[in-house]
Design a protein around this ligand. Structure first.
Ligand SMILES: [Zn+2]
Ligand SMILES: [Zn+2]
Length: 358
């Protein structure tokens, strides 16, 4: 593609789950029944103004039937550069998989493929390696490196999901470095997760080479666009997105819009016995200072302090700004009056109650 075509900014949320197929089959068990391939397309296009939306769970054969119906009816069309267009919005086909290695706890990897055909081939590869191919975020019986090689061989992009979270984040619970488990050259970007931001990630030099993404990981319609990215592209498509992640031919990420990290559920260490958030700024806690329990979930800020390999947060020159947002739904009416001058953004119409912020 020529580098001198006209580029425009587009909003992108690359991690949205499907709750049910149109036939009523559960896909993401914890997801809202309202979230189908078609309803996400409508919400993104008509209500949220999101022009690039990554739909996770497209590996599910039940979802693929829904996609084929949307294409057959003419309601949606395949985009030459990858993805499926509905109105002004392009839907990217993604999947989230859970891997467990001997180094630590299970973690999630996101895989994106350019078109329905390659996603269906991916499903054929996955099927004998998971227990239930219909469901979301299933444990897959391969190593992360094998999964990565297979995905890249099919033209896919691999992104570690919510990378720092103690619950299913690669750096949160499975390894101290990405290159312990993955080929660093085959990682397309890093998903920061709701409890971290660019400033926090800047303490890890290993991440300097990667683009950062801030996605909603929405399990309900209202959460779509809770976090999002602004991308400079010639058009919303899989290929243009891939170019932006690599910073090729002027394509790039213009800004990340993310939750203020302290609003994320996993920001600080949490005692599951007395249900309280604890400060772990100075030294990592091993037992709860309040009740003595060792049942602690190490927070993202403490985990990053533990992994940091430099004194200060450093950002490469091409790193875009991270704009912190506080969804309006986080304020009660009485709280909203006091919020006054707080930098409350709601450009994507965030709605719905705060829930599993990761
Ligand atoms: Zn996940
Ligand atoms: Zn997810």
């Amino acid at each position: 593609m020529s580098g001198n075509c006209k580029l425009n900014p587009y909003f992108a949320d690359l991690h949205v789950h499907i709750g049910r197929s149109e036939s009523g089959q559960p896909i993401k068990i914890s997801g809202s029944k309202e979230l189908t391939f078609r309803s996400i397309a409508r919400e993104a296009s008509q209500r949220k103004g999101i022009q690039l939306i990554g739909i996770i769970d497209c590996h599910s054969p039940a979802v693929q039937t829904d996609i084929m119906n949307c294409l057959d009816s003419g309601e949606m069309v395949e985009v030459a550069g990858g993805g499926i267009r509905y109105g002004d919005t392009t839907l990217l086909l993604g999947t989230e998989m859970e891997v467990r290695e001997s180094t630590g706890g299970p973690f999630h990897l996101l895989g994106y493929l350019p078109d329905l055909k390659s996603m269906m081939e991916w499903t054929s590869w996955m099927k004998p390696r998971v227990t239930n191919i219909t469901l979301s975020s299933q444990r897959i019986r391969v190593t992360a490196a094998e999964l990565q090689a297979e995905l890249l061989a099919r033209g896919g992009l691999l992104i570690p999901a919510h990378v720092f979270t103690p619950h299913r984040g690669l750096l949160g619970c499975a390894a101290d470095r990405l290159d312990e488990l993955l080929d660093p050259a085959g990682i397309a970007a890093i998903e920061l997760g709701l409890s971290a931001d660019t400033e926090m990630a800047g303490y890890l030099s290993e991440l300097d080479r990667y683009s950062f993404l801030t996605n909603s990981d929405a399990h309900s319609t209202g959460m779509i666009g809770r976090e999002c990215n602004e991308l400079l592209l010639a058009e919303p498509s899989f290929q243009e997105w891939a170019m932006a992640l690599r910073g090729e031919a002027e394509r790039r990420i213009l800004a990340n819009y993310g939750l203020h990290p302290q609003l994320g559920k996993y920001h600080t260490t949490f005692c599951t016995s007395c249900n309280k958030a604890l400060s772990d700024k100075s030294s990592p806690l091993s037992v709860c200072p309040l009740c003595g329990s060792a049942k602690l979930v190490r927070g993202v800020s403490g985990r990053i302090a533990q992994l940091a390999d430099r004194e200060n947060s450093v950002q490469p020159a091409n790193r875009p700004p991270y704009r912190q947002q506080v969804p309006l739904s986080f304020f009660s009416w009485s709280g909203a009056r006091h919020a006054g001058s707080a930098a409350v953004r709601n450009r994507n119409g965030n709605a719905g109650a705060p829930s599993s912020a990761s």
